[in-house]
Design a protein around this ligand. Structure first.
Ligand code: ADP
Ligand code: MG
Length: 270
């Protein structure tokens, strides 16, 4: 009791989830299963409910009705009040916020990354090793003693990712991770997520950017302006379904998909 179930194939199970902010619907009857090891994208226009659902998955807010199970165990507000349970969930699910500023609060990048392992009660030598591993994995040795507050957008993002990876989560949840990154950092992140998925981590990325969605997911869940799921299919199939994307208000009728080298691009129609 008190421990989160370790077995089974489902990472995330959402059953008939509804959520409203002061009477304004954000999620309307969302049912969804994500298996361990999957790389899934939440697509949809602004305001469709992607961030709200990611917060529920991270146990930061709780559905008004319906249920959420992580690895077979229902996550409830009551259970999350138990700090041992909450810590265990936050160790297993790494959440990278849309705005890295919201999750960086230590005086140096090193302390930022070390914060989670210290919270978990690791001894300082183990903390040092874990922190240095993450620093080298992200290639941010030069930022070790810098203040996170003064970093560039891409650097902040890497510091935030390193601080989340320091807990070695099984599930990585990223809210609009491409926003604010220059093209080289975007490319780096895409490759990095592919590597993490290859290593067995389950990945959920939210995005309303269609350019890179196929590189961070095999499967996409499309949310509509009515806060319901419009489609749950292979990412390539959703990207190829222009009428669906138009109806979801993700593209206008002048866009079409162009396949080459296995990649999908969107560009203007002459
Ligand atoms: P997305 O991430 O897809 O852009 P959100 O989950 O942020 O969508 O928002 C879903 C709906 O909930 C929107 O109508 C939004 O205005 C509303 N909403 C989001 N956060 C809040 C909040 N903190 N208070 C009130 N309404 C909110
Ligand atoms: Mg959002």
């Amino acid at each position: 009791m008190g421990n989160i179930e370790l077995f089974g194939t489902e990472a995330v199970e959402l059953n008939n989830i509804c959520y409203a902010y002061e009477g304004n619907t954000a999620l309307d009857n969302i049912t969804l299963r994500i298996r361990k090891g999957e790389a899934v994208a939440f697509m949809g226009p602004n305001g469709s409910g992607k961030s709200t659902l990611l917060k529920i998955i991270n146990g930061l807010i709780f559905p008004d009705s319906g249920s959420y199970l992580f690895c077979g165990d229902e996550v409830t507000e009551k259970k999350m009040k138990d700090s041992a349970y909450a810590k265990s969930l936050h160790k297993r699910i790494g959440f990278i916020f849309q705005n890295s500023d919201a999750q960086l609060f230590n005086t140096t990048v090193y302390d930022e990354i070390a914060f989670g392992p210290r919270q978990m009660g690791m001894d300082e030598e183990a903390v040092r090793q874990r922190t240095e591993d993450c620093i080298s994995m992200l290639g941010i040795e030069h930022l070790r003693e810098r203040s996170p507050y003064h970093l560039s957008g891409g650097e902040k993002h890497k510091a935030a990712i390193a601080s989340v990876l320091a807990l070695n989560p099984e599930l990585l949840v990223l809210d609009e991770p491409m926003i604010g990154l220059d093209p080289r950092s975007q490319r780096w992140l895409v490759d990095f997520l592919a590597q993490m998925n290859e290593a067995g981590k389950t990945i959920i990325t939210s995005t309303h950017n269609l350019d890179l969605v196929q590189e961070v997911s095999d499967r996409a869940i499309l949310f509509g302006e009515e806060h319901k799921i419009l489609a749950d299919e292979k990412t390539a199939d959703i990207l190829g379904n222009q009428p669906l994307l138009v109806s979801a208000n993700l593209v206008d009728e002048y866009y079409h998909v162009h396949h080459d080298n296995g990649h999908v691009h969107f560009h203007d129609h002459e």
